[in-house]
Design a protein around this ligand. Structure first.
Ligand code: GLY
Ligand code: MN
Length: 458
């Protein structure tokens, strides 16, 4: 694991204080949620804004940034904590690791902020919202998309300004997450053969993450039904000739994410039709990656990838007619109904807890058109931004038999499409860092060219 030095957290908190210009802010770590009794808990994952500034998942803690001073408030350990959980780290050790000015117990928080107007951000779950509401003496709404006003909105904008451009410490963590993900995909690819359960491949993938104290950064998608964009089940038995779509990325021990999709042929060879579509999605992936450069508007990458897909589908005879006209009428969404990617950082969809505040530049808003409406990012890229590039091709029955495809009845050659029925869904996803020059593909160690993928499997 990467060990981020305390100096990195000090620098981030100083930057935050600069952005806030004297406005104090309180950021909660959150608490583990209980299952059927208090001591039986779901795995704890700290709030990302807290992790960004503190680096440790200190359940129940809160960070106060007040001018140039940072104070970390910790839950006072219970008398029997040492019995059940072992020795906890001392406040002094936590102070040294995080570089905060002071560590205090949480029961001193109310007194420390009495009479001050404090900014905060919406946490992900109710009990932390209730805790913040109580100490701040005002309602704090939980969960993503909560409307932010005044100082809270300024704090959100400050966090976006910081987290949008990754510092060297963040990039080291993201490279670490990508390296674990390479091992995870390799293990999954090698476990794949006709007759195994999708779940067995998923287990092989996640074992590599678990072995280094990582976790899946999101529910791993391991499915022979790649047309189901976020397939949650892995109950099927893989058949001869199937394509297995694996969208699995590690969250490393420090909480940083990777997000990678590859498609593996169960029989260790692609059919000609699978290969044709695979190469088309790969061309869109490469086009998108090549465009990850300073000043490029991310929406234009989405549109360029969609164009590559449509040109290819016309070339393959699935669509008839002129590409420009098809694009104008929204044909891109028939087989590629989602955005080409999103921000990546501590969260797989980084900062989506703040709604579109992170993903959309001021003055830009989501399209209302099906497909484009799922584009999660529309900013001009700048060095330090990390995005995913993940075009795809999917034969979704609900789309092909519904109102999205209906206007294209005369443009689609269903007979030709029938030839591609062994391609349910293909998505190829990499994590790409925008630099001053050429894009850096953080996930380049995971083979993506069709022949390399087959080689990777054996
Ligand atoms: N890998 C899941 C997603 O990007 O939505
Ligand atoms: Mn993704």
């Amino acid at each position: 694991m990467q060990e981020t030095a305390a100096a990195a957290f000090v620098a981030r908190r100083n930057k935050l204080a600069e952005h806030l210009g004297g406005q104090p802010a309180l950021l909660a770590a959150g608490r583990p949620r209980a299952r059927n009794y208090a001591a039986n808990r779901y795995p704890f994952r700290a709030e990302s804004h807290f992790l960004y500034l503190v680096g440790q998942p200190l359940a129940g803690a809160a960070l106060l940034v007040d001018g140039g001073r940072s104070v970390l408030f910790l839950e006072r350990p219970a008398d029997d904590d040492a019995l059940w959980h072992g020795e906890v780290e001392s406040p002094e050790a936590i102070r040294a690791a995080t570089g905060v000015d002071e560590v205090r117990w949480l029961d001193a928080l109310a007194g420390a902020i009495a009479g001050k107007a404090i900014a905060t951000l919406p946490p992900q779950e109710d009990q932390t919202a209730a805790f913040l509401g109580e100490v701040l003496g005002r309602a704090v709404a939980p969960r993503s998309g909560a409307r932010l006003e005044g100082a809270d909105a300024r704090l959100a904008d400050a966090m976006v300004a910081l987290r949008l451009h990754h510092d060297p410490a963040a990039l080291a963590e993201m490279r670490d997450a990508a390296a674990i993900t390479e091992r995870a995909h390799r293990a999954g690819a090698r476990a794949l053969r006709p007759g195994v359960k999708e779940a067995a491949v998923k287990a092989a993938i996640e074992a590599e993450m678990t072995a280094v104290e990582g976790t899946p950064a999101y529910g791993s998608i391991v499915t022979t039904h790649g047309e189901v964009l976020h397939a949650e089940h892995a109950h099927r038995t893989v058949q001869e000739g199937d394509l297995l779509l694996v969208d699995a990325g590690t969250e490393n021990r420090a909480g940083w994410a990777s997000d990678v999709t590859r498609v593996y042929p169960a029989s260790r060879r692609f059919s000609a039709t699978q290969r044709a579509i695979y190469d088309l999605v790969l061309a869109a992936n490469r086009k998108g990656i090549e465009m990850v450069r300073p000043g490029v508007r991310y929406r234009d990458i989405h549109l360029a990838a969609a164009r590559v897909m449509l040109e290819g589908l016309v070339h393959l005879g699935v669509f008839r007619g002129a590409v420009d006209g098809l694009i104008e009428r929204g044909a891109g969404a028939v087989f590629f109904p989602h955005g080409v990617g999103h921000l990546l950082g501590l969260d797989v969809h980084d900062m989506e807890d703040l709604g579109d505040r992170a993903g959309y530049a001021p003055g830009r808003a989501r399209s209302k058109r099906f497909g484009d409406a799922y584009l999660r990012l529309d900013r001009d890229l700048a060095p330090g931004m990390c995005v995913t590039i993940e075009p795809g091709f999917y034969q979704v029955p609900a789309i092909l038999g519904g109102e999205v495809a209906a206007p294209f009845a005369n443009d689609l050659d269903n007979g030709r499409l029938e030839a591609f029925r062994d391609v349910r869904g293909i998505r190829l996803e990499d994590d790409v860092l925008c630099t001053d020059g050429a894009p850096e593909v953080l996930t380049r160690a995971i083979p993506i060219a069709a022949d390399d993928v087959v080689h990777f499997m054996s």
